[in-house]
Design a protein around this ligand. Structure first.
Ligand SMILES: *Cc1c(COP(=O)(O)O)cnc(C)c1O
Length: 402
């Protein structure tokens, strides 16, 4: 029995920690890029669970595989082997171009594991090689180490003492990074494209120089592709856009199309620093999550999704740029690659997001004033047009009042 929205809001207020600034809708089911709330209202989903639902909602092969796997085994301990986990590792190693993978349950856990691995590896070189350099405005997660890696004070305040050994540089500023990296640097950890921080895309020159700088000081390059990976940019990993390879890459969000999972993947030379007992997880890489990840990886590798994202992403970006030309006082910038797109506006975005929601469009605003679009990768040009026909009048109205 479905309860009335107000009853659900009240239960949440009574029982759930108030850490989320939620929008007042109760979602019930979905189909493709569409979601339906408890009252049957339809929404087009341009957030995709924050870059998670890469194959959309209720994607038949994913639903079928999850049901079949659940009917066999949902979980076994990592003390044993499963076909699904072995297959997922094989696929991810192949798609990433790296050598060894570890599965966990979330993005924060993937980054936490990457930091641990980097420190363990660095300590095989020198006892004082442990510094992790990250970027301002980054987002790496909510555990103590990953919120320390996150270069934004608002996530850290009140949670001290924070783990030691982290320092920060402005993103995309090579000189600042060069000034900080030295023999004590264990790793430079950045998002290949900054997502939460406002959709910032670095230049190829910057990324290549960061790679070379890490090599020079024997520091690891950790790329957080939790948001930018899994085909989001039209490449399986966004680092392919730059012709570089990290020493460790982290994934989560889209990896299993909505089933909780995370992973870090690394090069052989780094992997050798870990031995039995050094790291682990009860749930990590369980057969349910891995079976789902295998469906997603196969869909991306074999069903032309990358080419589709490249085409439809370019189309989408062009349309957003056209809007910027029409409303230059409101729209300051359009950024992004593939289906990770941001539109920076001159005002706070939350009202616009609410107006869209009212009209059946789910978008999101990050960093206060960047409208962010990270829809399912299967989205069609016509669905983008439909969304823009709702967004444009809202933007036009707002632009008039400036
Ligand atoms: C979402 C995100 C994370 C954290 O993932 P969780 O699953 O919420 O822990 C880390 N890094 C990036 C770049 C993200 O977008």
């Amino acid at each position: 029995m479905k309860e009335k929205d107000e009853v659900i809001f009240q239960k949440d207020a009574d029982g759930y920690l108030p850490v989320f600034n939620r929008y007042k809708i109760v979602l019930d089911h979905g189909e493709g890029i569409y979601l339906y709330d408890n009252n049957g209202k339809k929404y087009s989903d341009f957030l995709g669970g924050i870059a998670v639902n890469v194959l959309g909602h209720n994607y038949p092969p994913l639903v079928r595989t999850i049901a079949e796997q659940a009917g066999k085994i949902i979980h076994v301990s990592n003390l044993y082997y499963t076909q699904a986990q072995a297959d997922a590792a094989e696929r991810l190693v192949h798609l990433s171009g790296l050598d060894k993978v570890f599965f966990c349950n979330s993005g924060a856990e993937a980054n936490e594991g990457a930091i641990k691995l980097a420190r363990k590896w660095a300590h095989t070189i020198a006892a004082d090689k442990s510094e992790i350099i990250t970027a301002l405005h980054s987002f790496h997660g909510r555990t103590l180490a990953t919120l320390t890696a996150t270069g934004q004070l608002k996530y850290q305040e009140g949670f001290g003492p924070l783990p030691a050994g982290f320092s920060y540089v402005p993103y995309s500023d090579y000189d600042a990074l060069e000034a900080l990296v030295n023999e004590k640097t264990a790793a430079v950890m950045i998002e290949t494209i900054q997502g939460e921080g406002g959709v910032y895309v670095p230049s190829e020159d910057y990324m290549k120089k960061v790679r070379a700088l890490c090599d020079k000081y024997n520091a690891l390059l950790i790329l957080d592709e939790i948001q930018s990976g899994m085909g989001r940019t039209g490449k399986f990993m966004a680092y392919e856009l730059y012709g570089i390879k990290p020493d460790i890459v982290t994934l989560a969000k889209g990896l299993a199309g909505g089933v909780p999972i995370g992973a870090f993947v690394t090069a052989e030379k780094v992997a050798q620093a870990l031995h039995p007992g050094d790291h682990g997880s009860t749930f990590g890489g369980n057969p349910l999550a891995c079976a789902a990840a295998n469906v997603v990886m196969d869909a991306i590798a074999k069903q032309g999704i990358l080419g589709h994202v490249e085409k439809v992403g370019a189309y989408f970006k062009k349309k957003l740029e056209d809007l910027r030309e029409k409303y230059p006082n409101l729209i300051k910038d359009v950024r992004g690659e593939g289906l990770l797109l941001g539109m920076e506006i001159a005002v706070e975005g939350r009202d616009i997001v609410n107006q869209c929601l009212e009209k059946g469009v789910i978008i999101n605003c990050t960093a206060g004033n960047v409208l962010r679009f990270v829809p399912p990768l299967i989205i069609k040009a016509s669905e983008i047009d439909d969304m823009l026909s709702i967004l444009e009048p809202i933007l036009a109205e707002r632009a008039k009042s400036l």
